[in-house]
Design a protein around this ligand. Structure first.
Ligand code: NAI
Length: 331
């Protein structure tokens, strides 16, 4: 039996975590979930939103599934997500984006992957008030992290039958930081002559993604652009409720949806558990349980395609519980 850390998060986190555990269990796969709480309430009780016990659990089990955790905006503790990625050196953030049958969107044939650098850039958290009226955030781009993420993107392309890697930057303006990122991508590209290498500026990319998203294959981006662009791409294929993600490092991997803790619908039995479920599907593939991963993904895709029982974000009126029961019925 696999032992896996489950950070059940806050906001809608506990509701969607429960749904996902039920579905995996109904599929016949027994997992020993090591459930760990994190976030604002934990910070009040234990003095830190990400206590050592959470990190120790992941270090022991190597794999975690993570529901979203609320981060206070403009004040308070540093994002648990950012800390986790940093502490465990989860340097690659992977966000696949593909059309779902039955989910109507303005675009067809979208099948791209966002590979986002996860450890540095403006998310290094180096900020200060210079004086009362001036704030400063420092953007860190290193050769080590840029080469490592470029290597990851190209290896991903080779292992998954992809044809092209496109490096995204704003190197026309940030000539040093984004310039270094591009230099590293070019160097790694030379090692992979069978994969086509392209470059694009992030503003142009945003425009093209909302006109012809089907043109893109693997995108590799520094942290901030990756964060923003992957929400955009999530919107291309059905919204945040369906967008899966993974944070992968050399020793550990944490699978989590793209969306946040959706405090506006917390506790209302309205949340769509699909993104966490699809993240769990990626996790099952990663730990070698492909058969169960496929079975669960098929049941979800069938539920979406039939369109009879859908949560509100997908245009339906089913509750989280009803949607979960329908997926279990379709297993
Ligand atoms: P959000 O993703 O939580 O919500 C944006 C909108 O999408 C809301 O209207 C919400 O109801 C809806 N939505 C999101 N997920 C949904 C789901 N599964 N089913 C149905 N509707 C869903 O983004 P927001 O409001 O910007 O952030 C809320 C909190 O989440 C913040 O504290 C933020 O820092 C945190 N956050 C955490 C993340 C993580 O733990 N990985 C990632 C992104 C945000």
């Amino acid at each position: 039996m696999h032992t896996i850390t489950l950070i059940n998060g806050d906001g809608i986190g506990p509701e969607i975590s429960k749904a996902v555990m039920e579905i995996i269990d109904a599929a016949g796969l027994k997992i020993d979930w090591d459930i760990q709480t994190a976030g604002a309430e934990v910070a009040e009780k234990e003095g830190s939103p990400l206590p050592d016990r959470v990190l120790e659990s992941i270090k022991k089990n190597k794999i975690a599934l993570k529901a979203p955790v609320t981060t206070p905006i403009g004040k308070g503790f540093r994002s648990v997500n950012v800390q986790l990625r940093k502490e465990l050196e989860l340097y690659a953030n992977l966000r696949p984006c593909k059309n779902f049958d039955g989910i109507e969107t303005p675009f067809k044939n979208v099948d791209l992957i966002v590979v986002r650098e996860n450890t540095e850039d403006l998310y290094a958290g180096i900020e200060r008030m210079v004086d009362d009226d001036t704030a400063e955030s420092i953007k860190i781009i290193t050769r080590k992290a840029s080469e490592r993420i470029a290597e990851f993107a190209f290896r991903y392309a080779v292992n998954n039958g992809r044809k092209e890697v496109c490096a995204v930057s704003k190197a026309n303006i940030m000539k040093f930081s984004d310039g270094l990122f591009l230099e590293c991508c070019r160097k790694i590209a030379e090692k992979y002559p069978d994969i086509q290498y392209k470059e694009i500026l992030v503003d142009n990319l945003c425009m093209q993604l909302v006109q012809h998203p089907e043109k893109f294959d693997v995108l590799v981006l520094p942290n901030l652009y990756g964060d923003i662009v992957s929400d955009l791409t999530a919107g291309l294929t059905g919204g945040l409720g369906l967008a899966r993600g993974a944070n992968i490092g050399t020793d550990y991997a944490v699978f989590e949806p793209v969306h946040g803790s959706a405090p506006d619908i917390k506790g209302q039995n309205k949340a769509n558990p699909s993104a966490l479920l699809l993240s769990a599907v990626e996790m099952l593939k990663y730990i070698g349980e492909k058969e169960y991963a496929d079975k669960i993904e098929k049941a979800l895709l069938k539920t979406l395609k039939e369109g009879k029982v859908l949560t509100a974000d997908l245009g339906g009126n089913a509750s989280t519980d009803e949607f979960t029961a329908e997926i279990i019925k379709n297993l």
